[in-house]
Design a protein around this ligand. Structure first.
Ligand SMILES: [Zn+2]
Length: 509
């Protein structure tokens, strides 16, 4: 009877029913009923005798259909007769019923309870699937028959037949993702195609395996017919984004706000993900947490790749007493080597997650890189590479645009208020390139720290150095004052890199 569950065969069955044939071995049921009437005929001659044999036989026949509603006198009598005849002819037939559901014979059962229990189980199963109390509404008739024990219809077959008649329930192919219902369709090929389509964009000629990020199962199950979906809706659900989290390395030019915007987050969300980050001071290479759009069902592929990779040059250092300690110079850059690498690379939706190098063969060795390193003692005036405050005091004007003297203007440095005559210190070691009066700067000192970096100290009352002097970090180079365009005693301090003033606050601790 399993074949009833197969849709194509079920269709076939329906067509046969329309032509007046019967399912569930219907022809056989006809034969069994026929056999019953033949026995009735054969038994009629003996029925009087049997009757005379008394209530005992009656009673036995009654037991054979124990507990069932009273039979009409004629079949009851006939049945008694049949049992007698059966015993005489030596073949042990059982009294049974052909059960007919809405005019269709669906099986032969020993006892009506077999059908009733099957119907109850069907109602229970249907109620569970549909989520409400479901009751079968069939018209059932029972016709007496005689069968051998092995001709009885298994209860499960009747149950399946009844189940198949429930229009509100369909046997569909159900897709589950990590055990969660993800969609149902009548045609399994639709689901197979859908899963293929989901993976297709990530598969190429190097792909050696394709899998999904969650457990995907297709099972054939009974479901509420209205839970069935079309392929497009299932696809939309599978590719819908869920939010995960990943990290991002800050690149030059990034700002916190732009990163939040680019990743579909508000500033507040971005800050919540990065509680320890000062949003106004990002630095290149800093690692931030960002939200990641992850489809509900991801595709994990492994590609077997072959590629060449540069082999870095081994570095040999050569000491050079003509250069200061910490200085170096490349004498020979060397030529990087080349390796042929094979690797299994794992991607999730095309984004690399893991690279497992399976072999690496050197095609060409790298040549040596030779670097001269200085050994000469550094002089006291030699720049340290770090800046210190030239004076300590309140900052009265910051770097950038400001409103002063009745208009907006750009302020190229920091104004630090100090008492008249305060010692102004060199922010780092270097060579004085200017010491004199210069327009709005008043008495100004400029120190060159090499690498295109210079510092400016303006509005001094007195200069203590001259152009060409070497000064060490912290050396007093001038006394503070209010010369030039100034409204009070202060030090105007600038840092210029390749001629452009930068915010000193970013360089001072
Ligand atoms: Zn200033």
């Amino acid at each position: 009877m399993d074949e009833i569950l197969h849709s194509p065969q079920r269709e076939l069955l329906r067509r046969r029913q329309r032509k007046g044939s019967t399912p569930a071995g219907g022809e056989r049921a006809e034969r069994l009923k026929e056999r019953f009437s033949q026995f009735m005929d054969a038994a009629s001659a003996r029925s009087q005798v049997l009757r005379r044999q008394g209530a005992r036989v009656y009673h036995r026949a009654s037991s054979a259909i124990a507990g069932k509603p009273k039979m009409a006198p004629l079949p009851f009598l006939a049945l008694s007769a049949v049992i007698g005849v059966a015993a005489i002819v030596g073949t042990m037939y059982l009294p049974a019923y052909v059960v007919t559901v809405d005019g269709t014979d669906v099986g032969v059962i020993r006892d009506r309870a077999v059908y009733e229990r099957a119907a109850e189980r069907v109602e229970d199963r249907a109620s569970k699937i549909l989520g409400y109390d479901y009751e079968l509404g069939h018209t059932i008739t029972y016709s007496s028959a005689l069968v051998e024990r092995n001709e009885l219809t298994p209860a499960a077959d009747i149950e399946n037949y009844l189940f198949d008649q429930i229009g509100a329930i369909k046997k569909d192919y159900v897709l589950t993702v990590d055990g969660q219902f993800a969609g149902a369709v009548a045609d399994r090929a639709v689901l197979d195609q859908l899963l293929d389509d989901l993976a297709a964009p990530y598969v190429n000629e190097n792909t050696i395996s394709v899998d999904y990020t969650k457990k995907v199962h297709i099972t054939q199950e009974y479901i509420a017919a209205d839970a069935e979906q079309d392929a497009a809706s299932i696809m939309a659900a599978l590719t819908a984004n869920t939010n995960g989290q990943t990290t991002y390395e800050v690149q030059k030019g990034d700002t916190f706000m732009a990163l939040a915007f680019d990743n579909g987050m508000t500033m507040a969300e971005m800050e919540a993900l990065n509680p320890d980050v000062d949003i106004n001071r990002l630095y290149i290479g800093q690692i931030l947490n960002i939200k990641e759009e992850i489809p509900f069902l991801g595709v994990e592929t492994v590609d077997a790749l072959t590629y060449t990779e540069a082999i870095a040059c081994p570095v040999r250092e050569v000491e050079d007493s003509s250069m200061y300690q910490g200085e170096s110079k490349v004498l020979d850059a060397g030529v990087p080597g080349e390796a042929l690498v094979t690797a299994d690379v794992t991607y999730v939706n095309g984004v690399e997650r893991e690279r497992n190098i399976t072999s690496s063969t050197t095609v060409r060795e790298a040549t040596e890189k030779v670097v001269a390193v200085g050994t000469k003692e550094r002089p006291t005036w030699y720049p340290t590479g770090n800046y210190i405050w030239p004076v300590y005091g309140n900052i009265t004007s910051r770097f950038g645009y400001r409103y002063i003297f009745g208009s907006y203007s750009y302020h190229s440095g920091l104004d630090i208020a100090v008492p008249y005559g305060t010692s102004v210190k060199a922010s780092d070691g270097g060579t004085v390139t200017f010491a004199g009066y210069k327009g709005s700067y008043g008495y100004l000192v400029i120190i060159d720290h090499g690498n295109g970096e210079k510092t400016y100290y303006g509005h001094n009352s007195k200069l203590l150095v001259s152009a060409g002097d070497k000064v060490y970090q912290g050396q007093t180079i001038a006394k503070a004052g209010s010369t030039g365009r100034s409204t009070g005693s202060h030090c105007h301090f600038e840092i210029r890199i390749n001629g452009t003033s930068v915010n000193p606050s970013a360089y001072l601790n």
